[in-house]
Design a protein around this ligand. Structure first.
Ligand SMILES: Nc1ncnc2c1ncn2[C@@H]1O[C@H](COP(=O)(O)OP(=O)(O)OP(=O)(O)O)[C@@H](O)[C@H]1O
Ligand SMILES: [Mg+2]
Length: 246
């Protein structure tokens, strides 16, 4: 059982596209759950689900088991906890209990028995709920754009979690929306994928096939299995699995 959090406090960097595509790839071989923690509900939308309006308070407070919120998707082997608009109040609800930063971890316990892999699609923030995510996951997958500002954000995340020593999740950053025609993109990718930052060597190219997920309401592989970004996601998932098993 492994929990993967797609996280970056920078917005629009490919967290949701990657959460949906990696979860789909995982679900081909292993029981997989995607939990959409973002009240925007983008991954819920991509997986043909509906964002719920309320009901999350009982979930977050632990009065109702997370398993009661699981729904199937049209994609066999892949289940979903849909986004809930009340997740926007997650920090306030978390603050009301003891050890709020450990709450998500506790809520996920019953899910661990049912799934081999759980993916969390996280909202772009760095508040108490992000802290709760950092504690709950085994692996923090951090998509980043190949820009200097984006790298600065990544350094802040790694500095933050590395303070926890052995309790820190493994951090695997990777580049998304890479345009190889741009010199800066090429330079940043080659420097960071070989350097000590541990960026995955597979980069996800910028491609309209990924943007079409919102039109098709499906993972990329369901309509564009042969496209370059689909191939890149397959390679990235292989790389992540190899890194995690060592
Ligand atoms: N590889 C890609 N190529 C082109 N467009 C992409 C790619 N990946 C994602 N996008 C597009 O970029 C936008 C942002 O992507 P996405 O929603 O995955 O980012 P995010 O980090 O989850 O954003 P947020 O912080 O708002 O949750 C979306 O319109 C998506 O379709
Ligand atoms: Mg998102």
């Amino acid at each position: 059982m492994a929990i993967f959090g797609l996280y970056n406090f920078k917005g629009g960097v490919g967290k949701t596209a990657s959460a949906v595509n990696l979860a789909y790839l995982s679900s081909r071989k292993a029981r997989t759950l995607l939990w959409d923690l973002d009240p925007q509900g983008a991954s819920t939308f991509y997986l043909s689900g509906e964002t719920r309006r309320k009901g999350a308070k009982k979930l977050i407070s632990g009065k109702r088991s997370a398993t009661a919120y699981v729904e199937g998707t049209p994609f066999e082997g892949l289940d979903l906890i849909p986004a809930n608009f009340s997740f926007r109040n997650l920090d306030i609800v978390l603050e009301q209990g003891k050890k709020p930063e450990c709450r998500l971890s506790r809520l996920m316990k019953p899910l661990c028995k049912a799934y081999e892999h759980v993916f969390l699609d996280c909202p772009p923030n760095i508040s108490l709920s992000a802290e709760s995510v950092f504690r709950a996951v085994d692996v923090l997958l951090v998509p980043a754009l190949p820009s200097t500002l984006s790298l600065r954000t990544f350094e802040l995340i790694t500095e933050h979690v590395s303070d926890w020593g052995k309790k820190a999740p493994r951090v695997i950053p990777f580049f998304c929306m890479v345009d190889r025609r741009r010199r800066l993109h090429r330079d940043i990718c080659s420097a960071m994928c070989q350097g000590h930052y541990g960026f995955a060597s597979t980069v996800i190219p910028s491609a309209s096939a990924v943007e079409r997920m919102g039109v098709e309401r499906a993972p990329l592989f369901c309509y564009g299995a042969k496209t370059p970004p689909a191939q890149a996601y397959r390679e990235l998932w292989g790389e992540i699995q190899a890194l995690v098993s060592h």
